[in-house]
Design a protein around this ligand. Sequence first.
Ligand code: ADP
Ligand code: MG
Length: 536
Amino acid sequence: MTERRPVRILPADTVRRIAAGEVIVRPAAVVKELIENALDAGAGSVKVELREGGRNLIRVTDDGTGMGREDVRLAVCHHATSKIDSIEDLRRVTSFGFRGEALASIAAVTRMVIETNTNPENPGTRLEIDGGEVRELREIARSRGTTVSAMALFYNLPVRRSFLKSDSYEFRLVLETVRAYAMAFPGVAFEVVANGQSVLTLSAAESVRERLLAMFGKRTVESMQELQAEAPSLSLRGCFSVPSQIKGFHDVQAVFFNRRPVRSSVVVRAVYQGYGPMVSGGSPSFVVFLETSPERLDVNIHPTKLEVRFADERFLFDFVAEAVRAGLGIARPVQLGSMAAESVRGFDFTESAASGFWQLHNSYVLAQVASGYVIVDQHAAHERVLFEELIADKRRALPQGLLFPVTVELSAEEFEAYERVADSLAAMGIETKVFSGRTVVVETVPAGSFMGKDEIRELFAEFVQVDSGQAVVEAGLARLIACKGAVKAGQRLTPAEMESLLNRLFACREPHFCPHGRPVVIRISLDDLERRFGRA
Ligand code: ADP
Ligand code: MG
């Protein structure tokens, strides 16, 4: 039998090491953080050195602003940053960093040395720190810039260290990381040296295309076309395989949001959607740069900011797909849904109504249309949108990672129901894992839904009621998920959220009724108003 041990608070040092391990999982993660710091410091050149795939040494040298003596001491403390002052600034951040956690996290799990100088006419600083403990701080001579050396990664977390893969595998991930930043920052020179051998040298380039040429060669770059597209809140530029040049494999597929390399299945799927049947089994190469204002981009949903959330993912999908399609001159595919979309154009939002949305009692959205106005029940509308995205158009039922996965304990009966629908759930964007016994961990929810801990728990409790029989299960599940994931009455919406909701609603096949059959939209025409005011 397991012996019951008392609950106690872990020592600070242990907490620090565990927390650091969350973000710093492997050499590539260290390199990513150090490159971002170099770029944030305005570096014109960045050099990355590795030994044994980063296991024994990771060193990043830049010629950026450098740090003063006091700054270096502070920089390795938790929550120490020069990039934001308050939570307000978070909405505007344009730097890569802002949490002030990276150096502290790396310092906690390595033997670290920072050498830095802000002005070569004065002495610089060398700080040596071991597993988070400062060992030495002294003056050195150094040119402007910073060198951070992280040695013996995870020497104090032996299990983590043993999880590292082969040197060549870790090295490949590091190289991929450097190459991603190199694409986004063509004006910065990059060099990678592994075990004393230079493996990548990129001098500063004038343009993205010139940088891609240096990285991928003439053949690849000449088979790609440059595209640009603009919307008020979002712009795109990038290089894409010309349809006739698509091969069975791609040389590069990279997505950047405000110059951050990101993983975005929404954008990748949108690009494929744009190519349509033209890809026919092949794999296009593309490099996509998306730009938006920082407040429309949530970079705080993933510990290492690899995943980001755009304010309106549905719009993002359509915008990217259309940019690719139109830019490459690909014919528009015939869509089953287009009839429905055409027929609701009769609602005709006037151009000026683009910002003309009002929320009544935090529950109804009022919008002006050409013939009068409409009142939309926000919960019912969102239910309809989610329902159709889940059932009619599974391609768009995208999973969105939860930063903090939700754990649910199920009863025997609930667990049985869960097992029946687990695959359908995953297809609808809810990815789960059985943790142990009847404990299930929910890792993703459908993108664009408002599903929190409470809604997830309710959802699991209500599975039991979903009928068996595949088609019924799917519809019943979708209805349930839509209901749980939809914005509630009483929840305040921003104008952008109202706009997105109505755009998505009127792109539905059946925008007038919610999945339970209740009306979603009430329409009042100018004629009605005129009659009531005794004008007609
Ligand atoms: P963050 O980047 O989130 O601010 P970090 O822990 O990565 O947090 O860095 C802490 C601070 O140290 C930064 O805000 C910056 O002021 C300073 N710093 C880190 N690396 C460099 C560098 N290479 N050049 C200049 N300053 C740096
Ligand atoms: Mg940083």
